[in-house]
Design a protein around this ligand. Structure first.
Ligand SMILES: [Zn+2]
Length: 200
């Protein structure tokens, strides 16, 4: 289904401020230039646009250069740990897997946690304990998937001090929000906390 510019404008007029800001900082990269200018008009009308939002919208329309990627990763790595608040270690990312078996189905869950290496190790251990208690008894899938989760977590545990390649993917995915908050560590930290709560 395609909409006319007028229909899109009407739609945007009906959105809440929060929804418009979310579109501007998280989804602007998926919009055509015409829709982006409708979005900006609506933000301007509500006095919601500033240079950070402008830059956030602009950066979503392009690929980040290696230097920009590195600068964004550095911003994330040097935040205080979202779990224990330490600033003495650079943050990293680990994929943490756990398995829960029910009577007939088995659930394999994974999430990408960003934290200091010590907290990553603790998260991985906690996930392993949960898998031992709740996942391993399911036959056969509980056992098969639990072994997979435990092996993956064990590999991740050995790598908590080496930057994960997924850190690059994370900043690419969140570039609009990182650009918006790059001078505001409180909101950058909130972004990380929100990411850590997400269970895929
Ligand atoms: Zn920590």
């Amino acid at each position: 289904m395609t909409f006319t510019a007028e229909e899109i404008r009407k739609n945007y007029e009906g959105f809440s401020n929060e929804k418009l800001m979310r579109i501007a900082t998280e989804n602007a990269g998926t919009l055509s230039p015409e829709v982006v200018s409708i979005l900006k008009d609506e933000l301007r009308k509500r006095h919601l646009i500033d240079e950070h939002i402008e830059r956030s919208i602009a950066i979503q329309a392009k690929e980040l250069t290696e230097q920009e990627l590195e600068a964004f990763i550095n911003l994330i790595e040097t935040l205080p740990c979202p779990i224990c608040s330490t600033t003495s270690q650079r943050l990293n990312l680990s994929s943490v897997f756990s398995v829960t078996s029910f009577i007939i189905i088995t659930q394999f869950k994974g999430k990408n946690v960003i934290a200091c290496p010590d907290c990553l190790v603790k998260s991985l251990r906690r996930a392993d304990t949960s898998t031992f208690l709740l996942g391993l008894w399911g036959i056969p899938w509980g056992v098969i998937r639990s072994v997979k989760a435990l092996v993956n977590n064990s590999i991740s545990r050995k790598r908590v001090h080496q930057r994960s390649p997924l850190m690059k993917e994370f900043v690419k995915l969140k570039k609009g929000e990182i650009e918006r908050w790059k001078n505001d560590s409180t909101n950058l930290l909130n972004l990380i906390k929100k990411n850590n709560e997400y269970v895929g």
